[in-house]
Design a protein around this ligand. Structure first.
Ligand code: NAP
Length: 547
């Protein structure tokens, strides 16, 4: 295929200016490749650009989520809070892009509509919604796992005449909640952040909950000048810990199991966990929390007590208590004042399992109990996780095979970065990627991809495609691991369960970072034996590979 007119003709085309795409661009530029980055949005940030709803903030510590490749960057950026709010994160990412002169390589408002592999030239021809066409040897889709919105198929959704927004496409102009009647549908991590953030402003707030979640406090706080100084002094140690951590956090694993402690000691430990920051409640918890149902039940009992103590209305408290899944079976949300909000006279909770939504009307939401008139509907109903974006980009590999058909039974990958039949195509931070603090794992993948492209270039080849055996081994490892005790449950969206008709396949890397590191080391030791390196029939340059 010979493109008519190219806007750019580069070594590497990166898609997505989120945390992973920015870093990938930085790395491949640093390795001497020419690069264009296409971004659908009008600004930098990816998830942190689109999810600007009230209350949106990190639930990983700011300095552990941030980039660690530059000490100067770490030193000069002052995070205001341990868990930064969305505007601060968006400012940070813009700062990084400008500081490392990356913006000139980015095209905004350019959503990829089609990406076709041209076998003859061993390159990708990529079309974007702004009418531009690009050619690149390597295509790297850093399109994220939470970028395609999910709206439930509720009759009448389009008929609503009020204001309606999905948390994942929040407008950049402020939404005025003051004195408004508001419905929030969905109580995952996004919904439970929005609810307390708007409750004081609104006239009334109705929370539509289908599945109650095990919410625990985020325990956010401003970073004091002393803490700031300590963070800077500890940069090397922080980086070393994060680099070695299986989940990419600073939290230290505990060394005791639940029933090694007396009831009294357990109670004290649970209180300590309740007051600990964010994901410490998973990582620094009793070692058997996720693997021993009896241990998990003890912690859940403690949480039930907390909910019943905080929420004054017993009937509301009962509805807020999760039934049918253990703590950690779903991705746990971390909250600030969520349960407390239900003590406000203007906030009510609808249990959709008892009274499902019948339809959205032009003026409100109808359940079996009648119509609730509202001015604003917030859809906090989640995303087509993992494969959503990649399946919608018109990606066509060898012989025109469509990625979404290649993955019709679920994603098949090696290291969560490549799949067979799609040479020179990589997807860091996509399916089979992180279970933990995303930027750390996605950064590992971006580093390895950069090394791989460099290896291909230095070997004198120009195409690289993972072999079927490596893909099969990695994919079955992921699928097997997903069934092991302690992993997320099949009712979690990590299995695609929230999307009707989506294959029930695990979408994360169930073995975590240590396995990724091990396999990367093996790839390097075996001189990339898992991959097939070749020359494209029509070479674009004059290099000859070694015999
Ligand atoms: P989510 O966890 O998928 O939650 C979606 C919510 O919508 C669930 O409560 C779900 O109920 C509900 N829902 C779906 N279909 C529905 C229907 N037909 N009727 C009624 N309710 C329905 O999505 P999310 O809250 O946007 O979070 C997604 C992920 O984004 C999180 O797990 C996290 O990884 C990330 N996130 C992170 C942060 C942060 O603090 N850094 C903040 C927000 C999000 P069911 O549970 O019954 O399906």
């Amino acid at each position: 295929m010979e493109p008519a007119e190219l806007t750019s003709d580069v070594d590497v085309l990166v898609v997505g200016a989120g945390v992973t795409g920015i870093y990938q661009l930085y790395r491949v530029r640093g390795a001497g490749f020419s690069v264009t980055l296409l971004e659908a949005g009008d600004g930098v940030g990816g998830t942190w650009y689109w999810n600007r709803y009230p209350g949106a903030r990190f639930d990983s510590e700011s300095y552990t989520y941030a980039y660690l490749f530059s000490r100067e960057l770490f030193d000069e950026w002052v995070w205001r809070e341990h868990f930064a709010e969305q505007p601060e994160t968006e400012r940070y990412l813009n700062h990084v892009v400008d500081r490392f002169a990356l913006r000139d390589h980015m095209r905004f408002g350019a959503r990829v509509t089609q990406a076709v592999y041209d076998e003859a030239s061993g390159s990708w021809i990529v079309d974007a919604s702004d009418g531009t066409r690009h050619r690149a040897r390597f295509l790297i889709a850093a399109t994220g796992v939470l970028s395609v919105l999910y709206f439930p198929d509720v009759p009448g959704r389009e008929d609503f005449q009020g204001v309606s927004h999905h948390t994942g496409r929040w407008p950049s102009t402020p939404v005025d909640f003051v004195g408004k009647r508001v419905a929030v549908i969905g109580t995952g991590s996004s919904g439970v952040q929005v609810v307390p953030a708007i409750a004081a402003d609104v006239e009334s707030l109705t929370v539509y909950q289908r599945t109650a979640n095990w919410c625990t406090p985020l325990n956010n706080a401003p970073i004091t000048p002393d803490e700031q100084a300590r963070l800077r002094a500890d940069f090397d140690a922080i980086r070393a810990t994060l680099d070695a951590s299986p989940s990419g956090f600073l939290h230290v694993p505990h060394d005791r199991a639940t029933f090694e402690d007396s009831e009294e000691e357990r109670r004290a430990f649970y209180e300590k966990m309740w007051s600990s920051p964010g994901f410490a409640k998973l990582i620094s918890h009793y070692t058997d929390l996720l693997v021993d149902p009896a241990a998990n039940a003890q912690w859940c009992e403690f949480l039930v007590d907390k909910i019943r103590t905080i929420v004054k209305d017993p009937a509301t408290a009962e509805r807020l208590i999760p039934k049918g899944h253990r703590f950690g079976e779903h991705r746990p949300p971390f909250v600030t004042g969520y349960y407390e909000v239900f003590n406000r006279p203007n906030v009510s909770l609808v249990d959709l399992k008892q009274t499902p939504i019948v339809r959205v009307t032009s003026t409100g939401i109808e359940t079996a109990d009648g119509v609730e008139e509202v001015d604003i509907i917030v859809w906090a109903t989640g995303f087509d996780f993992g494969t959503g974006a990649l399946a919608r980009m018109g990606i066509r590999g060898r012989d025109g095979v469509a990625l979404e058909e290649h993955w019709a039974d679920g994603p098949r990958t090696f290291l969560g970065i490549q799949t067979t039949r799609f040479p020179n195509f990589f997807f860091p931070g996509g399916p089979h990627a992180a279970a933990g603090n995303n930027p750390r794992y996605n950064g590992d993948q971006a580093d390895f991809i950069t090394e791989t492209l460099t290896h291909v270039r230095e070997s004198g080849f120009d195409t690289i495609e993972v072999g079927a055996a490596a893909e099969e081994k990695w994919t079955s490892m992921v699928d097997r691991g997903a069934m092991s005790p302690g992993s997320f449950g099949e009712s979690s969206y990590y299995f695609g369960t929230n999307i009707p008709g989506k294959p029930r396949k695990y979408l994360l890397n169930s073995a975590g970072r240590p396995r990724l590191f091990k396999e990367i080391a093996r790839v390097v030791e075996t001189d990339y034996a898992a991959f097939r390196l070749s020359r494209a029939p029509e070479r674009q340059d004059g290099r000859t590979p070694p015999e």
